[in-house]
Ligand binder design. Structure first.
Ligand SMILES: *[C@@H]1O[C@H](CO)[C@@H](O)[C@H](O)[C@H]1NC(C)=O
Ligand SMILES: *[C@@H]1O[C@H](CO)[C@@H](O)[C@H](O)[C@H]1NC(C)=O
Ligand SMILES: *[C@@H]1O[C@H](CO)[C@@H](O)[C@H](O)[C@H]1NC(C)=O
Ligand SMILES: *[C@@H]1O[C@H](CO)[C@@H](O)[C@H](O)[C@H]1NC(C)=O
Length: 444
């Protein structure tokens, strides 16, 4: 028994601490907002039932599935990909520390793989992710889905969200239920409020805070060490800049997310620990852009969460059964988390230092296909009286906004009342010069 345990342990250590990427069976799986959903999700079908309750209303905000790099991601990736020939040449000169097979895989890769795709579009894998999610929701909510009074499915005005909505509904309907998807509309203030909020554009998205924190983190010894290590590992002659490494990191994580094998030859350039350091850069950026880094971010989730409150109230008052799913972006989901006070750290996320056990980890919060779902249940107690309870799921794992498991109707209303009648008036602060500012922003 003891001997077997030792053998098992040794096998584990040997496989996992492999120096090469190509045969490492347990390499890092956390790539911030480019994490593969299946690698961090739960399964809504496995959630234990709530005794003497039935779901009567569902409201979900869902991120699109895996997408191709967008046109804003592409230039740094393209630049970084130009390092390929140098890396191979240095290897042939006996420099660097990469394994033979990792070099071969890099040699066989071509930038054409990316150029041939449409920027920002949903990938084949991404379509499947959403369809499978829909299938699991179908299985979990079946009696409700067959008995709905109302349903509402709506994406933002982007190919990746429109296709994601189609994929999810395909899985949910299973060929025999009938659902309609609403057409996406421009200036959708529920689904993508930040996109049309001048105040957010000027002060947050293009504001100095996120850039400053990232620059501060670039100066830390642990980040500087990544630059040195990658240069040493590749044998490259010239020092690497943070931008160079960010391009290489995107080549690793984007290609990995949509390749059928879930690997990218570019990941061989990084150790697992270095990938965790790069993951933190993603966490900082999103914390300031969409999270607690600015109070504007929390306010932007108001219209969506106010809508959730109204849907559940209407369901309680009129006994209507309803199902709503919106198809949006990681920014929107992070704003919802922030409005609800989830994943908040003290001290706060900053460029000063990386806390390995922080709560704000975009890999777990918003992988591709991330989803936040709330379920209203109608329950009967021992004396036959009816009460309502609200259950929450994040990426198909039950999440306890109230203790021990669900929110009572009163607790739910107390928490969500603040979102009633939310508006985005505060966005118009640059009102008089709005038109001029918009042209600046669009140019950025
Ligand atoms: C590396 O970064 C430097 C400075 O940011 C830039 O001038 C250079 O073109 C980059 N090289 C590659 C291959 O991306
Ligand atoms: C969506 O738009 C198309 C035309 O682009 C139209 O034919 C269709 O009726 C619209 N669907 C809904 C539900 O409004
Ligand atoms: C059932 O609910 C009613 C109304 O909320 C309450 O008065 C009663 O005490 C509850 N019974 C039990 C056994 O919890
Ligand atoms: C300026 O703000 C007011 C109310 O705050 C709004 O009614 C008006 O449409 C805004 N004007 C522009 C150009 O955005």
């Amino acid at each position: 028994m003891y001997a077997r345990a030792v053998v098992f342990y040794l096998t584990f250590v040997l496989v996992c601490s492999n120096r090469c990427y190509w045969n490492n069976k347990c390499s890092n799986k956390h790539f911030g907002s480019k994490t593969i959903y299946d690698e961090v999700r739960g399964d809504i079908r496995d959630a234990p039932e709530l005794k003497d309750c039935e779901p009567v209303s569902v409201w979900a905000m869902i991120r699109h599935g895996t997408r191709h790099p967008s046109s804003s991601n592409l230039p740094t990736m393209q630049h970084a990909a130009e390092l390929k020939d140098d890396i191979v040449r240095r290897y042939l000169e006996g420099r660097g520390e990469l394994c033979a097979q990792d070099i071969t895989n890099l040699q066989e890769w071509s930038m054409h793989e990316i150029i041939a795709t449409t920027p920002g579009h949903l990938t084949f894998e991404g379509y499947k992710e959403l369809r499978d999610l829909g299938v699991r929701f179908h299985d979990h909510f079946l009696p409700l889905l067959q008995d709905l009074d109302q349903h509402h499915f709506k994406p933002t005005l982007e190919q990746r969200t429109i296709q994601s909505a189609k994929a999810f509904v395909e899985g949910l309907a299973q060929g025999y239920l009938k659902f309609e998807i609403s057409n996406a509309t421009d200036r959708d203030e529920i689904l993508r409020p930040y996109f049309y909020c001048t105040k957010h554009n000027v002060e947050v998205y293009n504001g100095p805070r996120s850039k400053n924190e990232l620059s501060k983190y670039h100066e830390t010894p642990e980040f500087q060490k990544v630059l040195e290590n990658v240069q040493k590992r590749t044998g490259l002659e010239r020092p690497l800049s943070p931008t160079n490494v960010s391009g290489l990191y995107d080549l690793c994580r984007f290609l990995r997310a949509y390749s059928a094998l879930r690997t990218s030859p570019w990941c061989a350039l990084f150790s697992d620990e270095e990938l965790q350091i790069l993951e933190y850069l993603n966490d900082i950026r999103h914390y300031y852009r969409n999270g607690y880094g600015s109070p504007i971010n929390q306010k932007l989730a108001g219209p969506a969460l106010g809508g959730l409150l109204e849907q559940f109230e209407s369901s309680v008052q009129h006994s209507t059964k309803s199902f709503t799913s919106y198809f949006s972006h990681d920014s929107m989901i992070q704003m919802i988390y922030s409005a609800l006070g989830l994943f908040r750290d003290y001290p706060e996320i900053s460029g000063f230092e990386r806390l390995p056990d922080r709560k704000w980890r975009t890999s777990y919060m918003t992988p591709f296909a991330a989803n936040f779902a709330s379920v209203l249940h109608k329950c009967t107690n021992e004396t036959g009286d009816i009460n309502h309870q609200v259950q929450f799921f994040i990426n198909e794992k039950e999440f306890h906004l109230c203790q021990p498991r669900t929110c009572s109707w009163t607790e739910f209303k107390d928490k969500f009342e603040q979102f009633r009648n939310s508006d985005l008036e505060f966005c118009n602060i640059y009102n008089s010069s709005t038109t001029a500012l918009k042209s600046i922003i669009v140019g950025l």
